[in-house]
Design a protein around this ligand. Structure first.
Ligand code: GRF
Length: 204
């Protein structure tokens, strides 16, 4: 079983379906030579995802893995991840739900960023859900991925105000700024061995 800290830079993979701004934040935070981790592989279920182009521009291996169905995608993705000896998987705007088998394979080693203060507003359109609920505050959560949807152990949360004239996009943009800080922070917590595989915080 993989236990952090590894005593060497962890090999990090990022799965992304779209824009890739969180990927960019992770690339900035884990440049080549970082003691804790390096981004070694980026996978996307969408061939046209800007995230793939951003990874390649940064000199990181980036592969389109087609998603005709979950099993086909995961077989290929797992082969690529294991082939690259990946220690930690970051879901950065990856818009598909992973199977329990995939989660078990990487137990305690898959992180996701979600645009709400979990456990509020799980699932799709979290920003729209927040606006429709009339809450005054929302934010982002980075959590360990378990077999549920947006249910795993919470690692880092950042709050933002919901403004009276916010629409889904303006709120999403404000939340995204916080995600770019929260995600690398959570990755460092895990890689430094501050969170064990069950998601329990380790005494300092
Ligand atoms: C983020 O808002 C994240 O919370 C959600 O998908 C979005 C991805 O944005 N899961 P980007 O592709 O990282 O720019």
């Amino acid at each position: 079983m993989t236990r952090f800290p590894l005593g060497r830079p962890a090999r990090i993979a990022v799965l992304a379906s779209g824009r890739g701004s969180n990927l960019e934040a992770l690339l900035r935070s884990f440049p080549p030579g970082d003691e804790l981790g390096e981004i070694r592989l980026v996978l996307s279920n969408r061939a046209s995802a800007p995230a793939l182009a951003k990874a390649r521009a940064a000199g990181v291996d980036a592969v389109h893995v087609p998603y005709p169905d979950r099993a086909t995608f995961e077989d290929r993705a797992l082969a690529l991840l294991d082939g690259a000896d990946i220690d930690l998987v970051c879901l950065a705007g990856f818009m598909r739900i992973l199977s329990p088998g995939f989660v078990r394979h990487f137990r305690g080693r898959v992180l996701n960023v979600h645009p709400s203060l979990l456990p509020a507003f799980r699932g799709l359109h979290a920003q729209r859900q927040a606006i429709e609920a009339g809450v005054r505050e929302s934010g982002c959560t980075v959590h360990l991925v378990d077999e549920g949807v947006d249910t795993g152990r919470i690692l880092v949360q950042r709050r933002v105000e919901v403004l009276p004239d916010d629409d889904e996009e303006s709120l999403a943009q404000r939340i995204r700024v916080q995600e770019h800080e929260a995600f690398p922070e959570a990755v460092r917590l895990v890689l430094a061995g501050r969170i064990d595989a069950t998601g329990t915080e380790v005494e300092a």
